[in-house]
Design a protein around this ligand. Structure first.
Ligand code: RB5
Length: 150
């Protein structure tokens, strides 16, 4: 499994903690930046991570900004990307099980390291349920993309 990760200056303190966690689990990752505390536009980093997941260079993506909101808005503009904006471990699990989300977004100004770790663990180690009703709903999301993302 390979994870694309990205942050803006609002997520710069939590990203090293995320990296520590991924390395402790032996999970491969590509770090798309940013790499310091200078103010940047979260849009640019959400684009890099979304493209990496969309092209299947990486299996899943994780985005961190101040709130996770801006990052998730951008990621969800990409065809084939389903980004779950999660600040609790239950939602992180459910967005994989039910929505087959392929990107997770959260905010460094909202959660701490302990909760982040539980959220990330649930996200990356939960598979899509594959239940007929959830497949049908994800297919409907794809139909919405095809009709509205021209
Ligand atoms: C940056 O100040 C902040 O707006 C950004 O990190 C994010 O929270 C946007 O949604």
């Amino acid at each position: 499994m390979k994870i694309a990760i990205g942050c803006d200056h609002g997520g710069i303190n939590l990203k090293p903690e995320l990296i520590k966690y991924l390395e402790s689990k032996g999970v491969e990752y590509i770090d798309f930046g940013c790499y310091d505390k200078n103010s940047v536009d979260y849009v640019d980093y959400a684009i890099k991570v979304s493209k990496s997941v969309q092209s299947k260079e990486c299996d899943l993506g994780i985005l961190i900004c101040g709130t996770g909101i801006g990052m998730s808005i951008v990621a969800n503009k990409f065809k084939g990307i389903r980004c779950g904006h999660c600040h609790d471990a239950f939602s992180a699990k459910m967005t994989r099980l039910h929505n087959n989300a392929n990107i997770l977004a959260f905010g460094e100004r909202v959660i701490g390291v302990g909760l982040m770790t539980e959220i990330v663990e649930n996200f990356i180690f939960t598979d899509f349920s594959g239940d007929e009703r959830h497949i049908r709903r994800v297919e409907k999301i794809k139909a919405v993309e095809n009709e509205n993302m021209k």
